[in-house]
Design a protein. Structure first.
Length: 394
């Protein structure tokens, strides 16, 4: 919960569902540094919402044996809490926790919600984290692909982030025909991501902090840069953008190292003065998105990304900022086209970049915002989760 995704894609839903009368015990595994930094903040959120938080220590070193021990700990904690509180539903986010959820369903009869979040095992392969050439990883991959089918067929409801992912699952021959899947994308809190709540003084102070001129064209990026996000190609796009808008700057609202981004930019002949990087808390992100003239994200369009819903898309659209993205990732391109929220590129080359430079005056800000409200509303996401919970008992 001390990671940004926990704060944007777990706690807001739980708060909304708590207001509908549901009570939650939340088990999460936390990285030591972030836990020490944000524990009080997360605990306050949970206390105010009536969520009982049970944070556990997460370690990513120690290899497979350490991971197995942490899974065993998760099972032990979940079983202990169920014996004390007699839960009715076990709601599991992604595959590791689903291992425990499926066991609790089989042993104690709990209703099991599999919130898949993506094709996790395939993501490990597509992202180069696991290699099928390694017999250990091949064994682990095959194990989770077998479990994946069991999760879908055993769960009382599956949550998919995308229609693309849902259709892929339903095409598999081993999937039961009567499984229930609800599509809930990565939603956005429209009360937080609301451009009307950003005033000129805040904008001026943020511009000054980042050495931005009032008339400067700002291309913006939000979030981490890791396995899936194509920094090289985004910098190539920016280089082409500079040739048309010579006052352009590339602003990264990210916890990534500025030196890493600048080094890669300079290797492409982009002056370091054109790159700005700032790390902010989640509640400050709307302000910095407001500085963008356009936003960008390129994501590797692998098989596993059929099930991906980029959190940043809803946040950017909610602020009325047009975006440029690539095709082949979840429902992303279809949503952009449906709501006229930006441009979609099919190929990563200079010609495609040049023909897809965003001119904000060509887009209707209100239409983009309405698209976010229609598709990514947190309120709607909470309603869909509530419908899932209710239908389990019908």
């Amino acid at each position: 919960m001390t990671d940004p995704l926990g704060q944007s894609q777990v706690l807001p839903y739980l708060k909304g569902l708590t207001q509908k009368g549901y009570q939650f015990h939340l088990i999460s595994f936390e990285k030591n540094e972030k836990f020490n930094q944000h524990k009080r903040h997360i605990q306050t959120i949970c206390d105010e919402a009536g969520i009982v938080w049970h944070p556990q220590d997460y370690r990513n070193e120690g290899g497979l044996k350490k991971t197995i021990r942490q899974v065993q700990k998760m099972k032990k904690v979940a079983t202990y809490l169920h014996q004390r509180h007699q839960f009715e539903i076990v709601h599991c986010r992604s595959y590791i926790s689903a291992l425990i959820g499926m066991k609790l369903k089989r042993k104690y009869g709990l209703k099991f919600v599999f919130d898949m979040r993506g094709f996790w095992a395939d993501e490990r392969i597509d992202g180069g984290i696991w290699s099928l050439k390694n017999p250990v990883y091949k064994t682990i991959y095959n194990y989770f692909k077998r479990k994946e089918i069991q999760f879908f067929n055993t769960s009382d409801y599956t949550i998919s982030l995308t229609d693309n992912g849902k259709n892929e699952i339903l095409s598999w021959p081993k999937i039961k025909k009567d499984i229930r899947i609800q599509v809930i994308p990565c939603c956005v809190d429209l009360n937080l991501f609301d451009p009307k709540k950003i005033n000129n003084q805040q904008l001026n102070e943020a511009q000054s902090k980042l050495n931005l001129e009032p008339d400067q064209y700002v291309l913006g990026y939000v979030g981490s840069i890791g396995t899936w996000y194509m920094l090289d190609e985004m910098l190539d796009y920016f280089k082409v953008l500079q040739s048309e808008k010579n006052n352009a700057k590339f602003l990264f609202v990210s916890g990534e190292s500025k030196s890493k981004i600048v080094t890669e930019a300079e290797a492409k002949g982009i002056d370091s003065s054109r790159i700005e990087v700032i790390s902010v808390l989640h509640n400050e992100v709307p302000l910095y998105i407001s500085l963008f003239d356009a936003s960008i994200f390129f994501i590797r369009a692998t098989y596993s990304k059929k099930a991906s819903s980029p959190t940043k898309q809803g946040e950017i659209m909610a602020m009325g900022i047009p975006l440029v993205c690539n095709s082949g990732v979840g429902d992303t391109d279809e949503i952009v086209k449906r709501y006229h929220a930006g441009n979609v590129i099919e190929t990563f080359d200079e010609k495609s970049y040049a023909s897809n430079i965003i001119d904000a005056s060509s887009f209707n800000i209100e239409e983009i915002k309405q698209g976010a409200a229609s598709y990514f509303s947190l309120k709607e996401g909470v309603e869909r989760y509530a419908t899932v919970y209710k239908s389990i008992y019908e």
